[in-house]
Design a protein around this ligand. Structure first.
Ligand SMILES: O=C(O)CCC(=O)C(=O)O
Ligand SMILES: [Fe+2]
Length: 204
């Protein structure tokens, strides 16, 4: 048995991408290309995608990107005048949740999926610290499809770090990351194919 076999969690072999105030680990490709292709097409065709909507400063915003939300229980929450209801896990999403859990040693009870149909869709600077999420809980983001840049920016110092999220790869954000860092998925002029990110989360 090797040293690492003793741990379910392979974060410890990885370098924390953040210099301070949080932890982000890039596990690289955890699915081979064939398996990642298969899950990408299943996600695109089988998940219940909808544009995200919110009221911001009294104006209705409808995102280009689509989302799909799954959880252990059919919970719902209301924000910006919209009630969102979680759907129950399809079997293949549950399989992926287990794969992600086995790599990071965390347990997740919900998943917010994002579908970016091209490089013209992205996600602007934000952090994921809604009151429905466990404080300092981990988020595991599995990427399927077009490779995209992902960036972090420290809320106080402005320090930034970027990486490329590959097809079939896993990024874990944990600890104080959401309290201290913003993250974004910049739009790109490159000709990239559709991308799905499955962000596994810990809800209260
Ligand atoms: O698509 C991604 O990799 C990032 C998604 C994200 O930040 C989110 O769902 O909060
Ligand atoms: Fe996020």
């Amino acid at each position: 048995m090797t040293y690492t076999d003793l741990f379910e969690n392979d974060d410890m072999k990885l370098i924390n991408l953040l210099s301070q105030d949080g932890a982000a680990y890039y596990h690289g490709k955890i699915l081979d290309a064939f398996t990642a292709d298969m899950y990408l097409s299943r996600c695109i065709s089988e998940l219940s995608w909808e544009h995200d909507r919110a009221f911001i400063y009294g104006k209705e915003i409808v995102t280009k990107r689509k989302i799909a939300w799954y959880a252990d229980k059919p919970v719902s929450y209301t924000y910006s005048g919209y009630t969102k209801r979680a759907l129950v896990w399809p079997d293949f999403l549950c399989e992926l949740k287990q794969v992600v859990e086995s790599h990071c040693g965390e347990v997740f009870n919900s998943c917010l999926g994002n579908l970016y149909s091209s490089g013209e869709e992205g996600m602007s600077w934000h952090s994921d610290a809604e009151k429905d999420l466990v404080e300092n809980g981990a988020i595991g983001a599995l990427t399927l499809g077009g490779e995209r840049k992902f960036s972090f920016k420290h809320k106080q110092t402005g320090e930034s770090v970027s990486l490329t999220l590959e097809h079939g790869s896993l990024l874990i954000m944990k600890g104080a990351t959401q309290a201290n860092w913003l993250h974004s998925l910049p739009k790109t002029k490159k000709d990239v194919g559709p991308r799905v990110s499955l962000t596994f989360r810990q809800m209260r």
